[in-house]
Design a binder for this molecule. Structure first.
Ligand code: NAP
Length: 242
């Protein structure tokens, strides 16, 4: 088991789903976890369960993100790990996609990750250590009908990831992406039954994934031992997209 004792880890979108699973895994590995969600109640729920600290912050709001990082540093210390997991979908076919559907999905999934990276860059550079993990998606690699906004945001996250890897590598900061397949959370709750059956049939793993399938990949990339891996995308999809 990887050890994160005394390390400060920020997980956005930690109230539910994959983010909650990641926060739980870091806490088990000894980290001081800052659990971020849009509401204080949501953030506190996970924080209380794992012995972390909850923070309310809309990651698409630059001022709120700056205030968040200041608060985390004051409360817990300089973060050594940032996991940009907060994300939303607003799926609809392109002809019906409203400007707001496009903007909001890009703002939360892509701009949110950018704002968080920018805010932690200075303290991580000063500390000469950092691990940033961004949640992309197999949809960011292969596109998705009805998901032009989400696919663009998740592909954008990969460009962000590679650029940060190049910019901050000399300071001992790595930046990698995880591209999950279909994972059982609120986000995939409404998938049609036939689509679900298709995933189960196609994926060599024979099932959808769980938050517990994603967390170990995040912890590995966040570990000290993963120092020579940067700018990469790790697909965690049970073989679905092979
Ligand atoms: P989820 O169950 O819907 O949870 C989303 C999380 O993001 C919640 O904690 C939510 O907080 C938070 N969030 C949403 N908007 C936010 C904002 N503006 N600021 C801060 N936090 C915000 O989603 P999930 O399935 O766990 O997905 C987690 C990540 O994995 C996302 O980036 C998603 O795109 C990616 N992903 C998921 C799948 C999948 O199959 N589930 C596949 C590939 C990639 P509140 O509770 O406060 O709303």
């Amino acid at each position: 088991m990887m050890d994160f004792s005394d390390q400060v880890v920020i997980v956005t979108g930690a109230s539910r789903g994959i983010g909650r699973g990641i926060a739980e895994a870091f806490a088990k590995a000894g980290a001081k976890v800052a659990c971020v969600a849009t509401t204080q109640a949501g953030a506190d729920q996970t924080a209380a369960a794992i012995g972390g600290r909850g923070y309310a912050c809309d990651v698409s709001d630059a001022a709120a993100v700056e205030a968040l990082i200041e608060a985390v540093i004051a409360d817990l210390g300089v973060p050594s790990v940032l996991v940009n997991n907060a994300g939303i979908t607003r799926d609809t076919l392109i002809l019906r996609m409203k400007d707001e559907d496009w903007d909001r999905v890009i703002d939360v999934n892509l701009k949110g990750a950018f704002l968080m990276c920018r805010a932690v860059a200075k303290p991580m550079m000063k500390a000469r250590y950092g691990r940033i993990i961004n949640l992309s998606s197999v949809i960011g690699l292969g596109g998705g009908a009805g998901q032009a906004n989400y696919a663009a945001a998740k592909a954008g996250v990969l460009g962000l990831t590679m650029s940060i890897a190049k910019e901050l590598g000399s300071r001992n900061i790595t930046c990698n992406a995880i591209a999950p397949g279909f994972i059982e959370t609120d986000m995939t709750h409404d998938l049609p039954e036939d689509f679900r059956a298709q995933v189960e049939k196609t994926a060599p793993a024979g099932r959808l994934g769980t938050a517990e399938d994603i967390a170990p990949a995040v912890l590995f990339l966040a570990s000290k031992e993963a120092a020579y891996i940067t700018g990469q995308t790790l697909v965690v999809d049970g073989g679905l997209t092979l």
